[in-house]
Write a protein that binds this ligand. Structure first.
Ligand code: ADE
Ligand code: ZN
Length: 324
């Protein structure tokens, strides 16, 4: 397996059930409806979000978030990852009673601890959650623009794609762009190709979270390839959520063949019974990608990373080094 990099993982969604159970004991919460037999329980996107919000609410202190980021990035590094961008959500922190600044700095501390142990580089992408409303997304953008944390590198839009229009979020993305943040937008996951076109038209992202349903419109696929917009593909998440019935129907190979820049990502790994390592294995098994092809995806991810030029060069050099 080649070295790996990840651009799309929601940090609250990366908490393993065992860790969430530990947090539930710590805060005296009943996990019964959301965790059964050591696994998260959900049956569609709405109930997935409910389980996700329940778990996120059990991370309440700075120590909880240090542990969460350290835990996840350390496990990624053990699976051969050299770089990780995590989506963070100040709205979830506020709901859990922590200030966005304390939350972000704690996650940054977790990233730094994992780096000190393993060498993995990490950055944070502040996300607005669209089903929390336009004002909340603008507040998240304003926070991202002035967080003062050097590991905050981007701004993104997540949440339920079926709620709100991309046009509603233009101001939030102007604030983030003016602050020099990288831009990524979830689209083309739960809703069709039109959402990807609308995201490109209104928010001009460098990357699209998922974007896979662009495959429904060949002109749009060409537009994505011509623009060089990077697709943060999450095949395990898509099949678990029923966006596609199986890996054989997943469009990653078709998008790649059409010249789109695709990457592999785990999204919310324990909810979808996946991991970044497993996504590389899925691509090998189901998309017939050999080592060289997988290594090329890692390179695309690093090239698309929202990271300073020096760090990017160092990471690319790491990919070129022969395996020890
Ligand atoms: N938030 C956490 N996971 C998500 C997903 N897969 N799509 C949109 N928003 C999310
Ligand atoms: Zn996502």
């Amino acid at each position: 397996m080649p070295l790996k990099a990840e651009l799309h993982c929601h940090i609250e969604g990366a908490a393993a059930p065992e860790l969430v159970l530990r947090q539930a004991r710590k805060y005296d919460a009943d996990p019964a409806p959301f965790i059964r037999d050591g696994a998260f329980v959900w049956h569609n996107f709405t109930s997935f979000l409910a389980a996700y919000d329940f778990s996120a609410d059990l991370f309440r202190s700075e120590d909880d978030y240090v542990l969460l980021a350290d835990h996840y990035l350390t496990s990624l590094a053990r699976d051969g990852a050299v770089y990780s961008e995590i989506f963070i959500s100040p709205d979830h922190a506020k709901k859990a009673g922590l200030s966005p600044k304390a939350y972000t700095d704690a996650l940054g501390e977790g990233i730094s601890r994992a780096r000190a142990k393993t060498g993995i580089e990490g950055r944070m992408i502040v996300t607005g959650v669209r089903h929390f409303g336009v004002d909340a997304v603008e507040q998240a953008a304003r926070f991202a623009a002035r967080s003062g944390n050097p590991l905050v590198a981007g701004f993104g839009l997540a949440g339920d794609e079926r709620i709100g229009d991309y046009e509603d979020f233009v101001r939030a993305f102007e604030i983030a762009r003016e602050a020099g943040l990288g831009i990524t937008v979830h689209a083309g996951e739960l809703t069709g190709w039109e959402s990807v076109a609308a995201a490109l038209d209104h928010l001009r992202p460098a990357r699209i979270g998922h974007g896979v349903r662009a495959v429904e419109n060949p002109d749009l696929v060409r537009r994505i390839a011509d623009l060089g917009v990077v697709l943060e593909c999450c095949p395990g998440s898509n099949v678990a959520l029923g966006v596609f019935p199986d890996f054989a129907s997943h469009p990653l190979p078709a998008l790649r063949a059409a010249g789109c820049k695709v990457t592999l990502n785990s999204d919310d790994p324990p909810y979808f019974r996946t991991s970044l390592k497993r996504e590389y294995e899925i691509a090998a098994e189901h998309f017939a990608m050999n080592e060289k092809a997988l290594a090329a995806l890692t390179r695309i991810a690093i090239e698309a990373a929202f990271v300073d030029r020096r760090t990017k060069s160092a990471l690319l050099a790491r990919l070129d080094r022969p395996a020890r």
